[in-house]
Design a protein around this ligand. Structure first.
Ligand code: AMP
Ligand code: ZN
Length: 115
């Protein structure tokens, strides 16, 4: 828990959000400013600043989150047309919230390379 972290506040229900997935170690909630018809953010319950700060000890939660995204996408029927999973790290990566998160983007084609 980081006092100033907006995603920790979402976890603690201090800030409202639409939580669409939860397990013991993570949640998924709708992005407030969606860039795709489906835009869900998956985060660990533990405050980890970014992919750069991931430790061996915490690495299991990332595998778990990818498993959750895969299952969630299949349950919602997003796997047929495909989807994109994004992690932004640091300023060149475009990270704006410093609690590690993975964007699930679906419902439209996503260009490559990204902007
Ligand atoms: P990033 O730029 O990768 O750090 O992504 C941060 C994401 O958090 C952006 O897509 C924002 O739209 C989203 N976001 C910021 N504040 C909120 C909030 N209160 N509820 C839901 N999503 C948010
Ligand atoms: Zn946090």
């Amino acid at each position: 828990m980081s006092e100033s972290c907006i995603f920790c506040k979402i976890l603690n229900k201090e800030i409202p959000s639409e939580i669409v997935f939860e397990d013991e170690v993570s949640i998924g909630f709708s992005d407030r400013f969606p860039v795709s018809p489906t835009h869900v953010l998956f985060i660990p319950k533990k405050h980890i600043e970014s992919l750069d700060k991931l430790t061996e000890e915490d690495s299991g939660v990332v595998g778990r989150i990818f498993m959750n995204i895969s299952k969630f996408a299949r349950e919602k029927g997003l796997n047929g047309d495909g989807y994109r999973v994004v992690n932004n790290m640091g300023s060149n990566g475009g990270q704006t919230v410093f609690h590690i998160h993975f964007h699930l983007l679906a419902g439209r084609a996503h260009a490559w390379p990204p902007g």
